[in-house]
Design a binder for this molecule. Structure first.
Ligand code: C5P
Length: 300
């Protein structure tokens, strides 16, 4: 099974005509879109923050600034100025077209990865997107060893290697200040938790998820269920926008119904309570799978 999938991922270069949406064997975006998909998927939408798209509408600002209360009075434009003096600025990943076949593995932290042997399959993707503290060391057989992108926020940060893009998911202005601080003064040590004053990461590979994109996922995909989307769900929807084929691993409960992390059996993820509506996110993920927009690997 895995061998068959690896062959499918092998970006077979097809005879491409200008009408093709991508160069993969099967493309995520077809010419005739299903009405359900069209109702949810909005394009164009800003995906990553840049200096040029950083001015938020009042509506977005009001929504975003209420997500988490930070301890800063700083205004966004002042912080954005410093951000883009330190980190790469510019439109990324807007290169979709008939010549491109970009495969993405979105790897959540579910315990359903345990014993899955998905490691080689996950590593065969162009982009391998992981989240928060999900480790690879010691779990390679099931989760793989490559990480091209890791989505995190101050309270979930870990060290990255030099081949990994840090994708900050900002829930407050202070998160942007923390991003600046970890590469400069290292003075921010607490938000609503103690946070790491610095982490290993390549400054030239830093990106920031756009608040407008977060709001779009919440409104257009989750129909305002919960307080805001989970990091994993935001990365899944981001992948629909930047990849031509999306495969999803480590989402949802294990077969026995438990929601723990693959790396920590003691911790039961509160995905259905708290801020996230895990079942709403899960049902949308399953629907995307049923529509052949993504392929979901459940580990059993
Ligand atoms: O728990 P954490 O937020 O670090 O996990 C990363 C992502 O993996 C979550 O945002 C969620 O989308 C997904 N996840 C899941 N089922 C689990 C654990 C995590 O779908 N049991």
């Amino acid at each position: 099974m895995i061998i068959v999938c690896l062959v499918a991922l092998n970006q077979i270069q097809l005879d491409v005509s200008p009408e093709d949406t991508c160069a993969c064997f099967q493309c995520l975006k077809e010419h005739e879109e299903d009405p359900w998909f069209r109702e949810h998927y909005r394009s164009p939408v800003p995906k990553l923050l840049s200096r040029g798209n950083s001015e938020l509408s009042n509506e977005t600002r009001n929504w975003w600034e209420k997500l988490q209360t930070g301890r800063t009075k700083e205004n966004l434009s002042a912080v954005v100025d410093i951000l883009f003096s330190l980190f790469p600025d510019g439109e990324l990943y807007s290169d979709a077209g008939p010549q491109r076949c970009r495969t993405c593995a979105v790897v959540g932290n579910s315990g359903n990865l345990e014993g899955s042997h998905y490691g080689p399959l996950i590593d065969a993707h162009d982009f391998v997107i992981r989240m928060n503290r999900g480790p690879t060391a010691g779990f390679e057989k099931d989760v793989g060893s490559r990480t091209t992108h890791r989505a995190l926020y101050p309270e979930s940060a870990m060290d990255l290697d030099n081949s990994t893009h840090l994708v900050l998911v900002p829930f407050k202005i202070q998160d942007l200040q923390w991003l600046i601080s970890i590469f400069t003064t290292k003075h921010i040590t607490r938000t609503y938790f103690n946070v790491k004053p610095t982490i290993n990461a390549d400054r030239d590979k830093v990106m920031v998820l756009h608040p407008e994109f977060m709001k779009y996922v919440y409104e257009s995909w989750l129909r305002k269920k919960g307080t805001y989307p989970s990091t994993g769900f935001m990365m899944l929807i981001l992948s629909l926008h930047i990849c031509d084929q999306v495969n999803v691993f480590g989402f949802g409960a294990r077969e026995d119904g438990s929601w723990h992390h693959y790396y920590d059996k003691r911790y039961h993820v509160l995905l259905n309570g708290g801020k996230h509506r895990g079942s709403v996110e899960y049902n949308i993920t399953v629907k995307l799978h049923q529509m052949n927009k993504i392929r979901m690997y459940k580990g059993w």
